[in-house]
Design a protein around this ligand. Structure first.
Ligand SMILES: [Zn+2]
Length: 496
């Protein structure tokens, strides 16, 4: 995600030479990498009159852990958008912006659940009944699968969020039951939180039929086939190797499309006088990060301008950009940031709830790095970094003056352990970026890029950890970096 935080940036265009290290890796065959993953088959109908969804979903869940599983857990994030949810999605300071027509809530009705074609009663857990536990009849061996059918209906709240509708369109993310991750700590059951991106998911294959009225234009995680029959539009989306599925709908989307390399880029927008610039920014970002880190493995990339209370949000093959980002340089910067998440969150997964810095700080640093390889944009690395230094120092001094102390630790600090949204932003986005800049200066550009190539290569389609990232930097640079990372990641306030 990209939060709004103001950085005074002086306009100075520096010309940069493009130096890429290492030999080029071939683009992955995504069908090959999708073998052995869980499969989601979803039939979804959107009813605009009632602002509701009806869905039938069959999950062929594959046990890709080494453990014997006696249950499978699903997140029900919609439960957090329901009235009186304890893990509610919008903090007080954002409520007026998020709910322009007053607070509005979702409803979720799980109609029927079947395990291997037999009706079962799931067990609901969590503060908001936001987890669904499916007890398995027989223990599930590694690499074996079970089939779980879930029929459900949802009403969508009137909120400018990842999941919600406004008069501009409908954002459908985190709306369907998605399997929790089973990792070395067992089932990960962290709830929704208004800070950051409280998500954590495995790669899976999605086969989705999506129906809506024909006056809507839909943007999805991946390419979509479209058939119109009378007043009804039928979309088919088959996206392999993605961490989650999302759909953005609007009656007002205009589109601009361009093929570059083997990627089809589409920009869905509501208001933009220079849509070709936004589209080119997406192309430049995908190409730059493909060269620097790992070849973008998909054939589609969609940038979608929609109503959203923060700056933007990342999904596989789809970046949601708020239509309320006022300055166009900032707007393009959000596109760069969300596109960097295609590597740090999407390709390389991580537990974003427990260690938000791992994807977010690296994404924000990658955003700055983009400008070192692309002149012609009105932002640059040095000015953005200097502004971050100033902002961070100001944040630390204000917190120390007002509260007497400040906790700027990053590692193993979950998003729920940041007291306020600004505290989260200045630690995870700003301090995290300063850390990666310091490392960039310490090991040098070539070693730094080599390390990130190794990191992407090691964890592509997998789940990374802080130790995994550090190990890749140490291996690539042949340098002991434990002290470096410890000093930045633990609660040692670093002033400049
Ligand atoms: Zn982000």
């Amino acid at each position: 995600m990209k939060k709004f935080f103001k950085i005074a940036v002086f306009v100075l265009i520096i010309s940069c030479s493009v130096v890429f290290t290492g030999c080029k890796r071939q683009k992955d065959n995504i069908e090959e990498f999708g073998q052995g993953l869980s499969n989601y088959y979803m039939d979804i109908q959107y009813d605009d009159n009632n602002k509701s969804l009806y869905a039938e979903q069959t999950v062929e869940y594959v046990n890709n852990s080494n453990a014997l599983l006696s249950e499978v857990y699903f997140h029900l994030y919609v439960a957090n958008f329901c009235k009186d949810a304890k893990n509610f999605p919008v903090e007080d300071m954002y409520k007026a912006k998020a709910y322009p027509n007053g607070e509005s809530y979702a409803s979720l009705n799980i109609i029927r659940v079947k395990l291997n074609d037999k009706d079962i009663m799931p067990i609901y857990e969590g503060d908001d009944n936001d987890f669904m536990r499916i007890e398995l009849t027989d223990k599930l061996e590694p690499t074996q699968s079970v089939e779980i059918y879930i029929e459900y209906s949802i009403t969508i709240p009137n909120v400018s969020h990842r999941f919600g509708y406004t008069d501009k369109g409908v954002n459908l993310a985190n709306f369907y039951p998605i399997a929790c991750v089973y990792d070395e700590n067992g089932w990960s059951k962290n709830p929704y939180h208004f800070n950051g991106d409280p998500f954590y998911s495995d790669m899976a294959n999605y086969y989705v039929n999506f129906t809506c009225s024909s006056d809507f234009i839909g943007a999805f995680t991946g390419g979509a086939e479209e058939v119109v029959d009378g007043n009804t539009k039928y979309y088919t989306i088959n996206s392999l190797c993605i961490r989650e599925f999302s759909a953005m709908l609007s009656k007002n989307f205009k589109t601009i499309t361009k093929n570059d390399g083997d990627v089809k880029y589409t920009y869905y927008y509501l208001n933009d006088d220079t849509p070709e610039k936004a589209l080119q920014c997406a192309i430049d970002s995908i190409n730059t990060f493909s060269d620097l880190f790992y070849p973008y493995p998909y054939n589609y990339y969609n940038v979608v301008q929609a109503s959203f209370l923060y700056g933007g949000m990342e999904y596989p093959m789809l970046s949601l950009i708020s239509d309320e980002v006022e300055n166009y340089d900032d707007y393009l910067n959000v596109i760069v940031h969300e596109t960097a998440h295609q590597w740090w969150y999407s390709l390389v997964g991580s537990d974003e709830y427990s260690n938000p810095w791992l994807d977010e700080s690296l994404t924000e640093f990658s955003t700055l790095l983009f400008y070192n390889y692309n002149d012609g944009y009105n932002l640059n690395y040095t000015d953005m970094l200097n502004a971050m230094h100033e902002n961070y120092n100001l944040f630390v001094s204000v917190y120390q003056d007002v509260l007497g102390s400040v906790d700027t630790s990053l590692n193993n600090r979950s998003i729920s352990e940041y007291n306020t949204s600004p505290e989260y932003t200045y630690c995870v986005y700003v301090k995290g970026t300063l850390m990666f800049d310091s490392l960039y200066q310490l090991v040098g550009k070539n070693q730094f890029i080599k390390s990130l190539k190794l990191y992407a290569e090691t964890y592509a389609y997998q789940i990374s950890t802080p130790d995994g990232l550090i190990a890749c930097f140490e291996k690539a640079t042949k340098t002991n970096l434990q002290n470096f990372f410890n000093s930045w990641l633990t609660d040692k306030v670093i002033m400049y």
